[in-house]
Design a protein around this ligand. Structure first.
Ligand SMILES: [Fe+2]
Length: 187
């Protein structure tokens, strides 16, 4: 059998996660009650935190060099933006004016990120000479642990806490801190 035709267990694990999270995004769009939406957001946050952790701890470092820094750096930055939105949503109780909007933006970002991974990174990664069986096993084990114990706070959690919710509504935040403009004609 040609190597490139063999199923890749590590890539398959990531793609299963992608399918599950996209399905949760679709369910959120269909949900009509606040408790249902809140429950779905919590489920997505858990999925994404665990998924990002196993990618960042195990998969990304394993394929980084051969896949190339251009693709990998972009993925890192997309994770950063997603993790900041995740951290902000984590601090919300679902009643805030920007809760749904923030979640929509997270979903759009993550859908875009998944597309780039599946169109560019994962096809390239599949060609890498690696023990993907062992890698997939390591990822699955780590995933189990993270689901049981939770994911430790990341830098983006600290950033979200430091913002004290001011990032929730930029227009409100701007009103709170209107900069004093110098008066015309005065130096
Ligand atoms: Fe990712």
């Amino acid at each position: 059998m040609f190597d490139f035709l063999k199923p890749n267990p590590a890539v398959a694990l990531l793609k299963e996660d992608h399918i599950r999270v996209k399905d949760l995004f679709d369910q959120f769009e269909q949900a009509t009650t606040r408790p249902a939406k809140k429950k779905l957001v919590r489920a997505v946050l858990t999925e994404l935190k665990v998924h990002a952790a196993i990618e960042e701890e195990i998969f990304y470092p394993a394929v980084r060099k051969p896949v190339g820094k251009e693709i990998m750096n972009e993925a890192d930055e997309e994770h950063h933006v997603a993790k900041l939105l995740i951290a902000e949503l984590d601090l919300m109780d679902g009643s805030e004016s920007h809760f749904d909007a923030k979640f929509h933006v997270l979903a759009e970002n993550v859908r875009h990120h998944i597309k780039e991974e599946e169109d560019e990174m994962l096809p390239k990664a599949k060609g890498v000479k690696l023990d993907f069986e062992a890698l997939a096993e390591k990822m699955a084990r780590r995933k189990e642990t993270l689901l049981a114990d939770g994911v430790a706070p990341v830098g983006e959690d600290t950033m979200a806490k430091a913002g004290k919710g001011n990032g929730d509504s930029p227009s409100k935040a701007a009103k709170r801190k209107t900069p004093q403009l110098p008066k015309a004609g005065k130096k």
